[in-house]
Design a binder for this molecule. Structure first.
Ligand code: SF4
Ligand code: SF4
Length: 459
């Protein structure tokens, strides 16, 4: 299926350091880039040479289940790259050609990569069901990086990467606007709790540098306010940074050089405020990019790196939490469950914060992606994203009625409300796990008097 993805203009690509490749050189440059991946990661060749075509991955993929498009079967999706690799990098492909499943690089090759690599959420669920552990999500991310280096990258991702590299956040907001938003949220906190709870920016000599998702300043502000309440309660010295106000790292999703550059901002921002600890906020792929790749590529770091949900779990015995009288479930972001092992912590927190916590089936590392991961949040992909979210919507429908769906990832927070509306599932509140911590934390007497779900979720 052809997708309506808007690609970046040449001049915008140059801003992120990419010089688009001339038409006549596309084949040779593609092969060169594939050769670089092959030399860089042995797993790249192994995964491309091992598939037996058994088909066990087909029903594991929500993208295939939602679209019913053959090339969204993980093996077929990876096959678009595999057959080119086979033709130019394997003995059987060179000698037997198409009889061995190999194919020549042709005029439609890169178009098919764009269409199918961007209908994959890079959720890695297929790897859990493949007998050889072939990780089509990883093949797709390599394929996307090759496409970017050739000059074919989504305009949406290039804009975000440009903002990340120039301002340190996805939305491109600058320090005065950051300070204004934090002051506004401090007023909200004062009104809600009667307490002067601060959200400091660039505070020097601070123990913790906290990296939220920049969207929390505007749309998911209950998540940031949850963090502010937690730090206030614990008496922790913390700050945000105006030069790195972003847990997300879009480079992981389309260009590994951009990922490395964005990760390096962490060292600079943490050093500037003298932080001993960098605490990452609720962002699935951002946590994976930081935890799995930052120390190796940019380290060693002079600070400890942890996730806010790990920190909350560690401090649970110190927190006075009241269980909210709601029925809630938890969606495991793919990059926590299958990317960076953050699985039991959110559950421990949910059990501590709500009276009726119910699990989705399947869950943890078998959970289905919501269709919003892998950087597919661009407007032009909304219709396709609804198809990619079909399996998730069925998981949710089986749990209704629900008061709350906890989504500890900014991409899931953007996707879920649209899914619930699209599939006619009525009014269910969505938000972070940290939002619930903020609502459950007993900071003053009024909170003890809340009895209805509306009261305790803030109306
Ligand atoms: S399950 Fe693994 S071996 Fe089987 S078709 Fe899928 S990728 Fe290939
Ligand atoms: S990574 Fe996820 S979306 Fe992509 S092919 Fe595998 S299961 Fe499908």
């Amino acid at each position: 299926m052809k997708i309506p993805l808007r690609l970046a203009k040449r001049e915008d690509l140059r801003i992120i350091g990419v010089e688009p490749v001339a038409e006549a050189e596309l084949c040779s440059r593609t092969l060169e880039l594939m050769g670089e991946f092959r030399a860089f990661a042995r797993s790249f060749s192994v995964m491309l040479e091992t598939c037996t075509g058994c088909g066990a991955c087909a029903k594991a993929c929500h993208s295939y289940l939602g679209t019913d498009d053959f090339f969204n079967i993980p093996a077929a999706r990876a096959g678009l790259l595999r057959r080119i690799f086979s033709r130019y990098f394997t003995w059987s492909g060179r000698v037997l050609g198409r009889f061995s499943g190999a194919a020549e690089f042709g005029p439609g090759t890169l178009d098919s990569w764009v269409d199918y690599f961007y209908q994959c959420n890079a959720c890695r669920r297929c790897a859990k069901f493949c007998p050889f552990g072939i990780d089509t999500g990883e093949i797709v991310l390599a394929g996307r990086t090759i496409l970017t280096r050739l000059g074919r990258a989504p305009a949406f991702m290039v804009n975000i990467a440009r903002n990340e590299l120039t301002t340190g956040n996805n939305t491109g907001i600058l320090k005065p606007a950051i300070i204004d938003s934090c002051s506004f949220l401090e007023e909200e906190l004062l009104e809600e709790t009667g307490l002067e709870i601060r959200i400091p920016v660039d505070k020097p000599n601070t123990e913790i540098l906290y990296l939220p998702s920049s969207s929390e300043l505007f749309v998911n502000s209950d998540t940031l306010m949850g963090a502010a309440k937690l730090f206030h309660y614990l008496g922790v010295d913390w700050t945000l940074s105006s030069t790195l106000l972003e847990a997300a790292n879009y480079g992981l999703l389309f260009d590994l050089d951009v990922m490395k550059k964005h990760n390096n901002r962490m060292r600079i921002a943490a050093t500037a405020v003298g932080a001993e600890k960098v605490v990452m906020g609720e962002c699935g792929h951002g946590w994976r990019a930081a935890k799995m790749y930052s120390e190796g590529a940019n380290g060693p770091f002079p600070f400890q790196l942890t996730h806010i949900l790990e920190l909350v779990t560690e401090r649970l015995p110190d927190l006075n939490l009241t269980k909210l009288p709601i029925r809630a479930t938890l969606h495991d972001p793919c990059n926590y469950g299958r990317g960076a092992g953050l699985v039991e912590e959110p559950r421990k927190i949910m059990h501590a914060c709500v009276e009726d916590f119910t699990e989705m089936t399947p869950n943890r590392d078998r959970n289905f992606c919501c269709g919003g991961g892998g950087g597919l949040l661009m407007d032009e992909m909304t219709e396709i994203r609804m198809e990619l979210g079909k399996e998730k919507s069925e998981q949710i429908r089986r749990l209704l009625p629900l008061d709350y769906i906890a989504l500890p990832c900014a991409s899931c927070k953007a996707q879920f409300p649209l899914l619930l509306k699209h599939y006619g599932m009525g009014e269910v509140r969505t938000g972070g796990v940290l939002d619930l911590v903020g609502r459950s934390l007993v900071l003053n007497r009024q909170q003890d008097e809340r009895t209805s779900p509306q009261d305790c979720l803030g109306g």
